[in-house]
Design a protein around this ligand. Structure first.
Ligand code: NAD
Ligand code: UD1
Length: 338
């Protein structure tokens, strides 16, 4: 039996595939490489000790590809990472995002149903809580108004999963709401390789450190937080990957549809992140205070008690490891996988 990992060549998917391989699971990756490099497959194989990774280059919206994949592999469960994820871009081309992220997931679920595969883990996001949820975010808070088409696409897929679980008792599904994934494999061989100019904080800090950006723009220092800059709940990508293995193991106990926050349960400000990166890297990070970024929230972090209780999962890597591993990845791979 094998686990199908869609988007398994991407940032979080590749770390999850490696974690699966390291514990001996069979894996099939489906990825159209729209935001990933084939080189990732070589790195996973190397880090996993040499065993081949089955890689299918294809799109989750391509039924023929999915049918072929399900009929030629014995798939027991699907971990579904494949999606477009750039928030700003999603506001410019929302239909592309809904087609890829929502229609793509519906096609995938239809083909799973057709093939009798009913175990499903989905990459959701803390963005589904919207702007008005009380902090820390708790899974029981109703979700209704994410601030971008990207966020809405995640919310819509959660609704699709919930409705399908009502209709099909065999369907067991978990949506994992990630907080802010950062970090890289400890070896420095695998990490986040954003295409073009990054938007997220840590890739931007790292680009300043390697001299590709002259300074970091800090978006706003007048928020009601410890130092006026926004606070986020950062989670090491390897802890996040391990959360998927725990969720997969828990699926057999799930009746229908469940949701879990995967976060560290505490938050750091932008200035605290800069300081921590400077300590880890020994590099000075110049920054300039800029106006607030549209759509940013002052502060949020995860209530992680449900994942701790049900999944027996908690983070074991802190800000020191997040910064050390990010810096190691950028030092060894200043051009990413290229
Ligand atoms: P990523 O872009 O690195 O990985 C996504 C992968 O999916 C890429 O390899 C891409 O080539 C592939 N893909 C996209 N559309 C596809 C399609 N139609 N068919 C086949 N493959 C396709 O992103 P990531 O950071 O690893 O994120 C993984 C998942 O987690 C996404 O669903 C994302 O929305 C979600 N998520 C990410 C974050 C984050 O900050 N990175 C936060 C919350 C949720
Ligand atoms: C962003 C997305 C969110 C997505 C998440 C993870 C927006 C509004 N939100 O969240 O939907 O789930 O990424 O992919 O885009 N910052 C700077 N300077 C920079 C970059 C960031 O000051 O150059 C600040 C931001 O203002 C924010 C914090 O750093 O306060 C974290 O930013 P980022 O990494 O983009 O994550 P989120 O804003 O939480």
């Amino acid at each position: 039996m094998a686990i199908l990992v869609t988007g398994g060549a991407g940032y979080i998917g590749s770390h999850t595939v490696l974690a699966l391989k390291l514990r001996g699971d069979q894996v099939v990756i489906l990825d159209n490489l729209c935001n990933a490099s084939r080189e990732v497959i070589n790195r996973i194989e190397k880090l996993a000790g040499g065993g081949k990774v089955v890689f299918v280059e294809g799109d989750i919206r391509n039924r023929a590809c999915l049918r072929d994949l399900f009929s030629s592999n014995d798939i027991s469960a699907v971990i579904h990472f494949a999606a477009l994820k750039a928030v700003g871009e999603s506001t410019r081309i929302p239909l592309v995002y809904y087609d890829n992220n929502v229609t793509g997931t519906v096609v995938l679920l239809e083909e799973m149903n057709r093939s009798g595969v009913y175990n499903f883990i989905f990459s959701s996001s803390a963005t589904v809580y919207g702007a008005n949820a009380p902090v820390p975010y708790v899974e029981t808070t109703p979700i209704c108004a994410p601030s971008s088409p990207y966020g809405t696409s995640k919310m819509m897929v959660e609704f699709v999963m919930r409705e399908f679980a009502f209709a099909e008792p065999k369907f067991k599904a978990i949506a994992l709401r990630y907080f802010n994934p950062v970090g890289a494999n400890e070896s420095g061989e695998m990490g986040e390789d954003p295409v073009g100019i990054p938007n997220n904080l840590l890739p931007c800090i790292a680009q300043v450190a390697i001299g590709r950006l002259p300074y970091l723009r800090v978006f706003g220092n007048d928020y009601p937080t410890v130092d006026g800059t926004c606070q986020r709940d950062y989670i090491h990508v390897v802890d996040l990957a391990e959360g998927h293995l725990k969720a997969l193991d828990y699926l057999s106990k799930v009746k229908g549809y469940k949701v879990y926050n995967l976060g560290g349960g505490k938050c750091y400000s932008v200035l605290e992140m800069i300081k921590a990166f400077e300590i880890a890297s020994g590099k000075y990070i110049p920054y300039k205070i800029k106006p607030r970024r549209n759509g940013d929230l002052a502060t949020f972090w995860a209530d992680t008690r449900l994942a701790e209780k049900d999944l027996d999962w908690r983070v074991s890597r802190g800000i020191t490891e997040m910064m050390r591993d990010t810096w190691n990845w950028y030092l060894k791979n200043p051009n990413g996988f290229r």
